[in-house]
Design a protein around this ligand. Structure first.
Ligand code: CP
Length: 317
């Protein structure tokens, strides 16, 4: 078994896998941020970086943003792609194991495999067992979503410059989401002040405190007051299928919805990893989409530059 390598310097990126946000030091994050900023200003400079290289884009779980921005990032750098969406057309349907399937993919020697799974820790398993390939974790169940955390960090850096002392409030279903957990680990490194505003049963205080995160508890019932001192409101999607009946009903009825009234005159910017759930009363009211404080579409678009940055560094550019 090969240990997934930590990233402390530019040379540590080359031929590495990106499995967990915990691989990064602040120095490595600063290299990533600088590269993403440069690519955003001048994407053409990196247009040939992936020439002659092959990416497998394997998305066994649903995605809009992560798959398309990963593939676009790769294509913009001149690489070639094989895409697999879902398992319905693969021999997994004939009973082939995930392990054998991953071994087969690795055997065809692509340069990168971007992998999203419902089941946690599969990308880490793949990177350890088939280390001849660079694996990129594009979200593994409720565990991690490292490239999302990186694009979130990039968005904060672009908007605020200095991150130290920034106040961010994570709002919603903290317990079940993977994006908050990955991002909070990064923001701790930059001494960002974090408040977690959730219904009582949807906090993750123990888990995040164990990671050394100063977990300030906020009550979602007092949302209007809780956001008064924030620079950023980071809303998360309620995962209804994992909630108790009472919380589920409250979300379905829009009790915890962020709307114009909740926001009042706050200057805080509103972020979300998206999607927003429109099958219920959405956790962010649709009118907020056009509010200048809402930067979640800009945030999602930054996924392109963040993923180009990661690919170029893993290639060794
Ligand atoms: N933020 C995010 O991971 O979105 P998708 O599920 O659409 O990729």
């Amino acid at each position: 078994m090969v240990e997934i390598r930590k990233i402390n310097s530019k040379k540590d990126f080359k031929s590495n896998s990106l499995v967990s946000i915990e691989q990064f030091s602040v120095k490595a994050l600063d290299i990533f941020l600088k590269r993403a900023g440069n690519i955003k200003k001048n994407p053409k400079k990196y247009s040939g970086v992936a020439e002659g290289k092959v990416l497998y884009s394997i998305f066994w779980a649903n995605s809009t943003r992560t798959r398309v921005s990963t593939e676009t990032a790769w294509l913009k750098m001149g690489g070639k792609i094989v895409t697999v969406v879902g398992t319905q057309d693969s021999s997994i349907q004939k009973g082939e194991t995930l392990e054998h399937t991953l071994q087969m993919y690795a055997g065809y020697q692509p340069d990168f495999i971007a992998l999203r799974t419902h089941i946690p820790f599969i990308p880490g398993f793949a990177a350890e067992n088939f280390p001849q390939i660079s694996w990129i974790n594009c979200g593994d169940g409720s565990n991690e979503h490292p490239t999302q955390a990186l694009l979130d960090l990039f968005t904060l850096k672009q908007r605020f410059g200095e991150l130290k002392g920034l106040k961010i409030g994570f709002v919603g279903d903290i317990k079940h989401g993977r994006t908050v957990k990955s991002l909070a680990k990064l923001l701790k490194l930059y001494e960002v002040k974090m408040k977690f505003i959730a219904p009582a049963s949807l906090h993750a205080q123990e888990e995040l405190s164990e990671q050394g995160i100063d977990y300030q508890v906020g009550k979602i019932e007092n949302l209007k007051k809780e956001i008064l001192d924030l620079d950023v409101i980071y809303s998360t999607r309620p995962q209804l299928e994992r909630m108790d009946k009472e919380d589920k009903q409250k979300y379905q009825n829009g009790v915890y919805q962020i709307d114009k009234k909740t926001l009042g005159k706050t200057k805080a910017l509103i972020m979300s990893p998206l999607p927003i759930d429109s099958k219920i009363k959405p956790e962010i009211h649709p009118a907020i989409d056009k509010d200048p404080r809402a930067i979640y579409f800009e945030q999602a678009a930054n996924g392109l530059w963040a993923r180009m940055s990661i690919f170029s560094l893993l290639i060794g550019e």
